[in-house]
Design a protein around this ligand. Structure first.
Ligand code: GLU
Length: 508
């Protein structure tokens, strides 16, 4: 019985091929089957990183305790009718955690996965607080999760589950443009966000800002152009800026810039796909891509779209033309490369595989991919880890832009596009008159072009990722005792949240 339970648990909580050991623990009403991952649960990992950084903030224990604590945890169970004839009922377990109310609304995605449990959602909600603080997005952190395997249900069934979850949030006042604003996360996307918006609006008729109750929506339902690729694009902008720091690159024995860097991407979901796309377009070579079923490698570089289409038609990433198969997905993490991008789930780099990692830079596109133990090993090997709470903040940054669009009720660029184009045309015209030469058509249209929504979104995201990277690097320079970018990121985040609490007048 005992071994059966262990086996069952390992299926629930393990991550396919990424499993590497065996351990069991109980935390936050959840029995964990973390397989050799870490002696810390995910939430404890966040707390560990917080405590390590707290020493550099100068705040006293009371305020630190408040910043660290999850303010509201809502665990729910609800029934949903299933099957074509709706003659069967299934009960689902779900969560919404609001980690911090220092700024409202709270913000963070909703995960659809069988791995969802209270500890995980609390950890992810906490990371959202720090993430928002680092990139100056004025929200508290939140996260939601439904314990469900989306692959097992029809779209109609998933719609019923999602709408019921949204209704539960409305009933408990856990959603709203000024309260808590969910978004996509692992296992959810635009379609689910559309259902949530529609459910909210049906229950709150007349709420003129109602569309701002959720982000990551389809464009036709108040979404913003650029949100889908935002996390991957943010990963690219952030890593590119780090690679542009000549002194840092020299220490790593690398040349400056993205051009020619070799990259391994773990996970070909939304974040992994778009990370691979932007790195390839930026001149890097994506030499390996890993998924559950295995990994593929090609030193000449892989085209993520071709790989995606191959997986879609064959059901597997393996046997991609021109590439070598790696049977175990986890092997890809240990390949020699310049940049390793874990873009799937937490706890994939552990004390077991960290000693074998050959990448010079680890770009954390996923939330929590490196365990506490692994972090120390990577640090001692001189590997630079660009931490999740900075690097994958592009998603929530563009969610913030979407929320602003919903509250302002106007598409980005609508007011200034034509004005800018007319001004630019005048300038080009004047230059042509003065020089007596006419500008080449391609150059003319590039210069004249007024900003579309997507141009402004990309520009806002690029500015955010670049300036926040420099905030992190400055934090490291100002505190020589800080030994990693992760600690610097936590220091920066804690300071910002602490200052916000002080401004609220709650703390002396
Ligand atoms: N789920 C994403 C994250 O972990 C996005 C959250 C959001 O856009 O609110 O950052």
């Amino acid at each position: 019985m005992q071994s059966y339970e262990l086996l069952a648990d390992s299926f629930l909580f393990g991550h396919g091929n990424f499993i590497v050991g065996l351990q069991r623990k109980r935390k936050n009403n959840t029995i964990f089957m973390t397989v050799g991952l870490s002696k810390y649960s995910f939430f404890e990992t966040v707390e560990y990183n917080f405590d390590k950084a707290a020493a550099f903030t100068g705040f006293d224990a009371g305020i630190l305790e408040q910043i660290k604590a999850c303010n509201s945890v809502y665990q729910m169970k609800f029934p949903v009718r299933m099957g074509q004839n709706l003659d069967r009922v299934e009960v689902f377990e779900a969560y919404r955690v609001q980690h911090s109310h220092h700024k409202t609304p709270c913000k963070g995605g909703i995960r659809f996965s069988m791995d969802v449990n209270q500890d995980e959602v609390m950890a992810l909600a906490s990371l959202m607080t720090y993430k928002c603080a680092i990139v100056n997005v004025p929200f508290g952190g939140g996260k939601g999760g439904i314990k469900v395997d989306p692959k097992k249900y029809t779209p109609l069934e998933l719609e019923r589950i999602t709408r019921r979850y949204a209704a539960e949030l409305v009933k408990k006042n856990f959603i709203g443009p000024g309260i808590d604003v969910p978004a996509p996360d692992y296992g959810s996307g635009e379609r689910e966000m559309g259902w949530i918006a529609d459910t909210y609006l049906a229950m709150k008729p007349g709420d003129v800002d109602g569309l701002g109750c959720v982000t990551g929506k389809p464009i036709a339902q108040g979404g913003v152009r650029g949100r889908r690729e935002a996390t991957g694009l943010g990963v690219f902008y952030g890593t590119r800026e780090l690679c542009n720091q000549a002194d840092l690159m020299q220490k790593l024995g690398l040349t400056s810039g993205i051009e020619g860097k070799t990259v391994v991407v773990q996970g070909l979901g939304n974040v992994g796909y778009h990370s691979a796309k932007f790195f390839r377009e930026g001149g890097a070579k994506v030499i390996a891509i890993a998924e559950y079923e295995g990994a593929i490698m090609n030193p000449e570089g892989l085209d993520e779209e071709a790989v995606f289409q191959h997986r879609k038609s064959t059901g597997s990433i393996l046997n991609f033309p021109g590439a070598t198969n790696l049977e175990k997905s986890s092997e890809a993490l240990e390949l020699a490369c310049d940049i390793l991008i874990p873009a799937a789930l937490e706890n994939v780099i552990t004390e077991t595989n960290a000693p074998n990692i050959k990448a010079k830079i680890i770009a954390e596109a996923a939330n929590g991919p490196v365990t506490v133990e692994a972090d120390e090993i990577l640090n001692s090997k001189g590997i630079v880890v660009i931490p999740d709470i900075y690097l994958n903040a592009g998603g929530v940054t563009v969610s913030y832009f979407e929320w602003l669009k919903n509250l302002s009720h106007v598409r980005y660029g609508r007011m200034e596009k034509r004005f800018t184009e007319n001004m630019n045309s005048q300038i080009v015209q004047q230059i042509e008159n003065m020089t007596g030469r006419s500008m080449e058509t391609g150059h003319r249209s590039m210069i004249v072009h007024g900003p579309d929504e997507v141009d402004l979104i990309y520009s806002g995201l690029e500015e955010t990722m670049i300036s926040s990277l420099h905030d992190l690097l400055n934090t490291m320079r100002e505190n020589p005792g800080i030994d990693s970018m992760r600690t610097a990121a936590f220091v920066l985040a804690i300071k910002k949240v602490g200052v916000a609490y002080k401004e609220l007048g709650i703390f002396p």
